[in-house]
Design a binder for this molecule. Sequence first.
Ligand code: ATP
Ligand code: MG
Ligand code: FE
Length: 351
Amino acid sequence: LTVLGIETSCDETAASVVRRDDDGHVEVLSSVIASQIADHQPYGGVVPEIAARAHVESIDGIVARAMGEAGAGWDDLSGVAATAGPGLVGGVMVGLSFGKAVSLARDLPLVAVNHLEGHAVSARLGADIPYPFLLLLVSGGHCQLLEVAGVGACRRLGSTIDDAAGEAFDKIAKTMGLPYPGGPELEKLAVGGNPERFELPRALLGREGFDFSFSGLKTAAARAAVGLTSDEDRRDLAASVQFAIARQLAERTEKAMKAYAAEHAGTPLRFVVAGGVAANRAIRERLETLCRKHGFDFHAPPLKYCTDNAAMIALAGAERLALGLTDPLDAAARPRWPLDQAAANANPTHV
Ligand code: ATP
Ligand code: MG
Ligand code: FE
């Protein structure tokens, strides 16, 4: 199957062509991303109206480039997959409408992809990772632990009760005067800093379950940032923040690993970390160590597929198509759309 993927849920306009063989072998034929970071940087965050306009302006050219770089014509496609949510609805509508137009004009099946399902399969763009696996999804808008048995088969174990991990990185970076998006900037600043210099709170430590909370950490970091001017102080705070976020991710993941291992005794144990924050080296290393301790294989997407891209949307689309899961041309754009199937079925529109 050869699938065109389209992604417009936030501040990246992206298109990609991915080929997936019947045996599950995946090849990314092209992956084109137009970032709008420069458009939003003056405002310190994504401005929805600016994002929607920028998607409208670039979607045409980005899809043409993705098709061109893949050396693909419309007749080579088996289907078109577009992100249908969750995300900024103005942007989602641009990409989804474009996908519907291609589907209608070329008589191709449409797959309306959940952006989070894209992140969930993204590690499979770089390696053949069989289902099921335990997933830590850490992005700009989400922080969840899930059991992933395939597309359309995710079960949520826990999630953040306030901010997402990427959001915490971005907001703390902003209070420290770093440019948007703050996650990668904060990682750079943390190099050589002392992670034990500032003591930051550990949320929900003794609590049952696998939920996360980052708002207390954010407030404490903002308080600590006041009046810090020397490079050394700022490096130490950045390192301490990164350490505290990594520590919470690891503490919750370790609990989930124990529960998952008990449930899947006697079968191969696999762990995947995905989403923008999975690009963070300190976090990857910490989770990798955890995997060795608990007998899990460690997987993460190649760095370029951690943050938003359309290859992951094309792959989720191809996997759905292989199962016969397609969507009608009136598929809705969904600003909110949980990945967990039980939650999604309980409230099918989520508007
Ligand atoms: P969602 O997928 O939940 O809708 P999103 O699409 O905006 O949100 P992603 O593109 O997956 O999120 O990830 C972007 C987030 O990842 C931002 O918060 C960014 O700061 C963070 N991020 C990217 N690289 C790093 C890094 N090296 N260290 C920490 N955080 C990072
Ligand atoms: Mg983004
Ligand atoms: Fe994302």
